[in-house]
Design a protein around this ligand. Structure first.
Ligand code: AMP
Ligand code: MN
Ligand code: MN
Ligand code: MN
Length: 285
């Protein structure tokens, strides 16, 4: 099972991706993915579509979500795999997590207007597929289209991140709540792309892993579209140190923006326990 080409992290138009769930399923299948999960931000609205499209293609599927969490002052993402998409507690928790996004977006637009970029709220909205899920990615697309930035990388270097115009601090779900919603919905919680977080100290990262584990978290993304080979090695070591299973996901958002395509990732190392071994009974064929 360890050698599966699994891709357990990507986004559709239901959050901040540019492809519909059906198009993602087709792309994953065409790219040779053997086990797939759609993990939209704070939203389960694409799960039925993804599941049906995958089943029609004969592509084994795990339900998924990526929950925005605030941990000790830092935004961290927790992926949930194998969750029941109809679970009421998870659904309510995600609805609350989404609820501040519109007000946040209006404040982001005000900041951009103050540095001479008017109309960003309306501009971002043109890219939004789900009105409850306006995200920084949609603002990034607007800034590129308006000719203000070359690409999304340029956007996040100059705007929308801490200390830059268009950044609005936001309080997301608590780590313990997100892990509990996932577990009680029958799923496995996974720390997403751990190399992406700007931990203020090594102790802060250690605390994230320790508290995640104490709350019942069971896995970490070791192989990710946003990890270098050295980072994959480092998080393979940490997975073993903390007794966590390992996940693998491209975090694919768009053919035009994402540098890692669905399924185009190094395989998990044989010394790791693949997260799908914990989820054998949750795989939908
Ligand atoms: P939000 O949930 O509104 O804070 O938006 C977060 C999303 O913005 C992430 O899921 C990525 O899709 C995108 N994003 C954040 N930081 C970066 C970055 N440095 N480069 C590219 N995309 C980013
Ligand atoms: Mn995203
Ligand atoms: Mn993420
Ligand atoms: Mn993601």
């Amino acid at each position: 099972m360890a050698i599966l080409n699994a891709d357990l992290h990507c986004h559709s138009t239901v959050s901040d991706g540019t492809l519909e769930p059906e198009a993602l399923a087709a792309r994953a299948h065409a790219n040779g993915v053997q086990l797939w999960a759609l993990t939209d931000h704070d939203e389960l609205g694409g799960q039925q579509r993804a599941l049906h499209a995958a089943r029609a293609l004969g592509l084994p599927y795990l339900t998924g979500v990526e929950i925005s969490v605030t941990f000790a002052g830092l935004t961290v993402h927790i992926v949930g795999l194998g969750i029941d998409p109809d679970d009421a507690q998870l659904g309510d928790g995600l609805a609350r997590t989404r609820s501040g996004r519109e007000q946040r977006a209006r404040e982001m637009a005000e900041q951009l207007a103050a540095v001479g970029i008017p109309g960003a709220f309306e501009g971002a909205l043109k890219y939004v597929g789900n009105p409850e899920l306006i995200s920084r990615t949609h603002f990034a697309r607007f800034l590129v289209e308006a000719g203000i930035c070359h690409d999304t990388h340029d956007v996040f270097r100059r705007f929308l991140t801490e200390g830059k115009p268009g950044f609005v601090a936001h309080r997301w779900a608590a780590l313990g709540d997100a892990v509990r919603w996932i577990r009680e919905a029958g799923g496995v919680a996974v720390i997403a792309h751990p190399a992406r977080y700007a931990h203020p100290s090594p102790t802060h990262e250690y605390a994230l892993f320790a508290e995640f584990k104490a709350h019942g978290g069971q896995a970490v993304e070791v192989v990710s579209g946003s990890h270098s080979a050295a980072e994959a090695l480092r998080y393979a070591d940490l997975a073993l140190e903390f007794g966590l299973a390992a996940s693998r996901g491209s975090d694919f958002h768009s053919p035009d923006e994402s540098h890692t395509d669905l399924g185009a990732l190094p395989l998990l190392e044989g010394r790791l326990t693949p997260v799908w071994e914990l989820l054998a009974d949750r795989i939908i064929h």
